[in-house]
Ligand binder design. Structure first.
Ligand code: NAD
Length: 502
């Protein structure tokens, strides 16, 4: 059978054109395929307090920027202390008068409604998410939005079965909870936080990240359409100061934070000595461990997915690759070949694999860490690729010859950058994988089931994926060890974090 290259040469000859010299990547050049659904953005987004969109008492707004082209998308309100106060008062009232007293089976109906309305507007939400955050449309369309709806469906299913969350014990909601989330999965993190809290009967004040507030506020529209009683969910926007006001307010019985370890520690310090419950979902520096008996092509796909998915803006990104020495050269060669056909560019193009970096600041952070890798002597590889002239982009990057003392092996990069280390024995792999302050996730690639079981008990990580990576499900609890935080989100364990045992 003729290869694509031969066919292309033959057709060129027939048409009297010179035969093209093809390189591997050229075989797969597609025409642009921009997503066309209308994201239905407003020019200005207000705060969502007590069931209504409300102008901020602070009178201040900031711009939300599309990281793919640096254009302004919308104005977002800044919630000051008086707005946060109003949001908490509304949440407390809703808890005392409606939501806290409502039977679980009734609450379930609202959660089902939110899930269905989200499905109805899935395309619109996916486009808005991609424009606001920079992630490729195929990810927001095929992962973020469906997974967010799945979380509401799953927790709707629990709401009338809460007696089974802690068999033999009676449970009660906590009351009002405060939640602050990051920019890497803006809508999905809203679902992770809101769905279990609401299913349990709590009322919420939530703050999205300042660079990605839009889908949280679009979700507020759905919450209105679902007729959720006013005050059950309140969404306040703004940066760190607003976040500190949400976390530090006296009303919430619990605060749930997802973000960097640095900010998590500030919040924990500020709440030390109070009786508030806390969940902390913080940073990570996961190791993907490839043994010599692993299915290497599958493993390479897993590594690519683990670090380049969502531009590496993933807390559980497989940002360290530990590869067994006998197969290290083969794995690295395959990885480089695969990286050459990754497309970096317009996140709204359905062919794009790696979209825009979420903000200028994040791009500067990634660039600085990559420079440190070069300076400390690691070997850098980036495939040839042309980045768009406008917007914030970073090419897929790997470092070989990395040692545990390099900054790129220790610090969370939160970008499409992979550090490759090698190991000779399973013990060395475990030691290197665990030699980090973090403990969120890990991956093991091997043909041996017994080795998977042994490694998964020895790796100090909240999630260990085996022969796959970055797989999520609302039924699976997710969370960290060590400086990656504590508490779980998802599954029965996630619900337990939103109730009191009586
Ligand atoms: P970040 O800590 O800078 O910000 C997170 C949120 O906290 C934002 O909404 C921000 O406005 C707010 N904030 C900032 N200062 C605050 C303060 N003093 N008090 C209260 N809130 C404050 O993190 P980021 O850069 O937005 O997100 C990336 C980080 O999130 C990475 O470290 C990543 O690993 C982590 N993350 C963890 C998980 C997980 O499940 N473990 C999931 C996603 C992201």
């Amino acid at each position: 059978m003729a290869s694509l290259k031969t066919i292309s040469k033959l057709s060129a000859r027939r048409q009297g054109r010179p035969a093209p010299e093809l390189i591997f990547g050229d075989l797969w050049t597609y025409d642009p395929a921009p997503e066309t659904a209308d994201p239905k953005l407003k020019a200005r987004y207000e705060l969502f307090i007590n069931g209504r969109f409300t102008a901020p008492k602070s009178g201040r707004y900031f711009n939300s920027i599309n990281p793919a082209n640096e254009r302004k998308l919308a104005e977002i309100a800044v919630a000051g202390p008086a707005d946060v106060e109003a949001a908490y008062r509304a949440a407390q009232k809703a808890f005392d008068t409606t939501w806290g007293k409502m039977p679980g089976a009734e609450r379930a109906k609202y959660l089902f409604r939110i899930a269905r309305l989200l499905q109805d507007r899935a395309r619109e939400f996916a486009v808005a998410e991609t424009m606001d955050g920079g992630k490729p449309i195929k990810e927001s369309r095929d992962f973020d939005v469906p997974m967010a709806a799945a979380h509401f469906f799953y927790h709707a299913g629990w709401a009338d079965k809460l007696d089974y969350v802690a068999p033999g014990r009676r449970i009660a909601p906590l009351g009002v909870v405060g939640q602050v989330i990051p920019w890497n999965f803006p809508l999905l993190m809203c679902a992770w936080k809101l769905a279990p809290a609401l299913a349990m009967g709590n009322c919420v004040v939530l703050k999205p990240a300042e660079t990605t507030s839009i889908t949280a506020l679009k979700l507020a529209e759905i919450i209105q359409d679902a007729d959720l009683p006013p005050g059950v969910v309140n969404i306040v926007t703004g940066a760190g100061e607003t976040g500190a006001a949400v976390m530090g307010h006296p009303i919430p019985a619990k605060v749930a934070f997802t973000g960097s370890t640095e900010v998590g520690k500030i919040i924990m310090r500020s709440l030390a000595g109070t009786d508030k419950k806390m969940t902390m979902e913080l940073g990570g520096k996961a190791a993907n461990i490839i043994f010599d008996d692993a299915p290497l092509d599958q493993a390479v796909e897993g590594i690519i997915n683990g670090i380049f998915f969502n531009q590496g803006h993933v807390c559980c990104a497989g940002s360290r690759l530990l590869v067994h020495e006998p197969v290290a050269d083969r794995v690295i060669a395959k990885l480089k070949q695969r990286m050459k056909v990754l497309r970096v560019g317009d996140p709204l193009d359905k062919n794009t694999d790696i979209g825009a970096i979420n903000s200028k600041e994040q791009l500067a952070r990634i660039t600085a860490l990559v420079k440190s890798g070069v300076k400390e002597g690691a070997g850098l590889f980036q495939p040839a690729c042309t980045l768009p002239a406008k917007g914030w982009y970073f090419p897929p990057t790997i470092f070989t010859g990395v040692s545990m003392s390099h900054r790129i092996a220790r610090e969370e990069i939160f970008g499409p950058v992979l550090s490759i280390l090698t190991f000779r024995t399973p013990e060395e792999a475990v030691e290197k994988a665990n030699n980090t302050a973090y403990g969120l996730s890990a991956g093991v690639w091997t043909d041996k089931g017994s080795r998977i079981l042994k490694m998964s008990t020895e790796l100090k990580a909240g999630v260990v994926w085996a022969n796959t990576y970055n797989k999520f499900d609302p039924t699976s609890p997710f969370g960290g060890y060590k400086e990656s935080g504590f508490g779980r989100e998802g599954g029965r364990q996630g619900l337990l974090d939103y109730c009191r045992l009586l």
